[in-house]
Design a protein around this ligand. Structure first.
Ligand code: ZN
Ligand code: ZN
Length: 305
């Protein structure tokens, strides 16, 4: 294996989407496994994909030590956790890492979803050694792996991660959009202007406001980024916290990453719609003579960097 091995267990945004029309890409919500050569084990987000990952880890028949990095706490990123069987085995050890909400501490955020009103067992029933570590925008080291975080443009306090090990780096930005949430005037303007003006505003935004993000992603071996919408869908969904494909591709090109994975598929997009998003993204890359490899995330897909 190369330095970092990434496996996708859940690639859907917002809500799980089982059914015949999503068989190819899969319907589970966000969960990505990251293994490091002779290093620790990470799980990025605990959407419904973590349930199958848990079953897989149990089959390995050895104690599981893992860092669970949560981008934020919308349902599609935590809902699988109560069904993650390794958390119930006292031989296992997990550190759950994420940003506090200013009003609620990380451990409370997680235990609330297992309140008896919503779920029959509580977080205290999880017999594994579970600890919590609150982080903000910062840089930390976890068993030799460098983890850098950035707050994203998404309702609430969502983090993006830059994970570096040996000479490889991976960026995980599951939920993010080009425009700032608090830009009320920008938002109003956008709703009433032409497609050309939106493109212009969009360009300006990418140019100015997303410079930090471009630097954060710079020259990574792999960028996994929110690509929930087709270009024409975004204009009705500004401030929802998700990106159209043209922004994601632009970000990948400007930050000169080597590979791009389109992630957090819209629950209303069937396999054909995601195929189309992938084709359109590749078309933009080709038109810029870019050599960035690009594909849509799919359950079961693995990438080594
Ligand atoms: Zn999400
Ligand atoms: Zn979200």
């Amino acid at each position: 294996m190369k330095s970092i091995k990434i496996k996708f267990w859940g690639v859907r945004g917002s809500i799980p989407t089982p059914g015949y029309s999503t068989l190819h890409y899969g319907g589970n919500t966000s969960c990505v496994e990251v293994a490091f050569k002779n290093g620790p084990h990470f799980i990025l987000d605990a959407g419904t994909g973590i349930r199958e990952l848990g079953k897989h880890l149990q089959k390995l028949n050895k104690p599981i030590h893992s860092y669970i990095l949560l981008s934020h706490f919308h349902w599609d990123h935590i809902q699988g956790l109560p069904f993650f069987r390794p958390a119930f085995n006292p031989k296992n050890k997990f550190t759950i890492i994420g940003s506090d909400d200013p009003a609620i501490h990380l451990d409370k955020i997680i235990s609330f979803q297992m309140d008896p009103t919503y779920f029959p067992i509580t977080i205290d029933d999880m017999r594994a050694d579970i600890s919590f570590r609150s982080i903000k925008e910062e840089r930390i080291t976890l068993d030799g792996v460098d983890v850098q975080t950035i707050y994203l443009n998404h309702p609430g306090y969502a983090l993006g991660f830059r994970i570096s090990y040996q000479n490889s780096s991976l960026i995980y930005i599951s939920d993010n959009e080009p425009f700032q949430q608090d830009e009320e005037t920008e938002r109003k303007k956008l709703k009433s202007i032409s497609k050309e003006k939106i493109e212009e505003a969009f360009e300006a935004y990418v140019e100015n406001k997303n410079q930090n993000l471009i630097e954060f992603c710079e020259k990574a071996n792999l960028l996994i980024h929110d690509t929930q919408y087709l270009e024409e869908e975004y204009k009705d969904k500004v401030t929802w916290g998700h990106s159209p494909l043209n922004f994601t591709v632009e970000l990948a090109m400007r930050s000169k990453v080597k590979q791009l994975v389109l992630f957090h598929h819209d629950p209303d997009h069937d396999d054909a719609a995601i195929d189309r998003i992938e084709q359109l993204s590749k078309k933009i890359l080709r038109s810029h003579k870019s050599r960035i490899a690009c594909r849509a995330a799919k359950e079961g897909m693995t990438i080594e960097i």
